[in-house]
Design a protein around this ligand. Structure first.
Ligand code: CTP
Length: 408
């Protein structure tokens, strides 16, 4: 998806070994539809050549404030006025100190100082050794730079090029892309606590086997990501799926419907929005064998009995908080036919204000889908699109239906 289409990003590189990741970040920006103008400090050119960054961005790189290519010889003004954002990745400890002091003795810091603060956001991806990161001077400078209006993108933790292990690594390019994409989204859900269930459940028969279904969890994970992009605090209760946790989302892994119910009831107590996308198994084995169920030699299969699982969505929707309007509940319906009729009936049966219908076989495992929104006013279709785009549209629909808040 071209999440950054129409955005112009000035990508600033300062001196650090993490410059090797900036090449990939530049490529991801371009793939996401952005135009990228690279500006490097002299120190950064020790780690990465301007030639590489020019090839990846498709534009000549700027290194010096005395660059004669600009008619007015003011690259610091021209470059900063064109940008939708300036992203410093990697941003070294020294460069953070320069920003804190408002220094402007080379092009990149000069450009940051000359940017119109209200129109051109400055996003910072620090990268340094763990001791440098933890040093009070660095932490003090970071606080100052944030207080002066910059957005901190955080650091990763782990093995560092110096051989030590700890905090201070630059975030991975894909993580930075996710955070920067989120930065540009309208903050429709600030102050909201969004709870999402996603994926299938697994109902164990014995230690080896169980019953489950083909739900991939993709829609629920996309909704969790979109809610986070919109500024909500997000908790994602996930059945067994193979998906990475969206950035900034708190994830709780569960297996069975009973575990999912327990987690959902507990977390719903402090949520303001509940979106149930999980494909919860309707039944679970009536009994669970502690040992593997063996063939008994008779040639007859074992007799398996099932009991119905609790309806997690309906249970949460019956809670006093949901009834009072403090918790807005959204359900999903996977149907095989008569989508509108089944979805309308299901919305009423579950007692929820909004139900999202889709055709099961057309969505399971797919990256795109189409949705039917059913509320008290009627039915509206969100046409086929990537799940993340649909998730963002759904988040906007949910935000528009939330009661106006008097306090955040
Ligand atoms: N759901 C739930 N707990 C269950 C079953 C369903 O929370 N035990 C939620 C799903 O997450 C979804 C909605 O209820 O948001 C509808 O799920 P669906 O499987 O389509 O419907 P069912 O309630 O199982 O109804 P039916 O089998 O009759 O289609």
């Amino acid at each position: 998806m071209q999440d950054l289409l129409g955005k112009h990003i000035v990508l600033g590189l300062t001196g650090g070994i993490a410059c090797y990741k900036s090449a990939e970040l530049c490529r991801l920006f371009v793939k996401a539809g952005a135009t990228v103008q690279v500006v490097m400090t002299e120190a950064a050119t020790q780690f990465m050549t301007p030639v590489t960054m020019q090839a990846l961005s498709g534009r000549p790189v700027y290194v010096s404030q005395w660059d004669v290519r600009e008619d007015n010889n003011m690259p610091h003004i021209n470059l900063s006025r064109e940008a939708d954002a300036i992203v410093l990745a990697p941003c070294s400890a020294d460069f953070i100190a320069r920003l804190a002091e408002g220094r402007s003795d080379e092009l990149l810091s000069l450009m940051c100082l000359a940017r119109p603060i209200e129109q051109v956001p400055l996003l910072i991806a620090p990268a340094m050794n763990r001791e440098m990161w933890a040093h009070p001077a660095t932490q003090r400078n970071l606080q100052q730079v944030a207080a002066d209006g910059a957005t901190m993108l955080g650091v990763g933790s782990g093995w560092q090029a110096c051989g030590e292990t700890g905090d201070g690594r630059m975030l991975e390019p894909a993580q930075l892309l996710e955070d920067i994409t989120a930065f540009f989204h309208a903050k429709l859900l600030v102050g909201q606590q969004v709870l999402v269930t996603a994926g299938p459940t697994f109902e164990a028969l014995d230690p080896i086997r169980g019953i489950t279904n083909h739900s991939s969890g993709k829609m629920g994970f996309a909704i969790a990501r979109a809610a986070r992009e919109a500024g909500a605090e997000v908790t994602l209760i996930a059945g067994p799926v193979h998906l990475p946790t969206p950035r900034g989302v708190r994830r709780i892994d569960v297996l069975s419907a009973l575990e999912m119910l327990e987690a959902a009831e507990r977390e719903a107590a402090r949520a303001s929005v509940f979106v149930a996308t999980a494909a919860v198994a309707d039944w679970r084995p009536a009994s669970h064998s502690d040992q593997k169920i063996k063939k008994d030699g008779s040639g007859l299969p074992p007799v398996l009995n099932f009991v119905e699982n609790p309806d997690i969505l309906a249970t949460v929707a019956r809670s006093p908080r949901a009834a009072s309007g403090a918790l807005f509940c959204v359900g999903f319906a996977a149907e095989s036919e008569n989508l509108a009729a089944h979805a309308k009936a299901k919305r009423e049966r579950k007692g929820i204000p909004l139900l999202v219908g889709n055709i099961g076989p057309l969505t399971f495992g797919q990256d795109d889908n189409s949705l039917l929104l059913v509320d008290a006013d009627g039915v509206r279709e969100l046409p086929r699109a990537p799940k993340l785009q649909l998730a963002r549209e759904l988040i906007a629909e949910i935000a528009a239906r939330l009661p106006t808040r008097t306090s955040a």
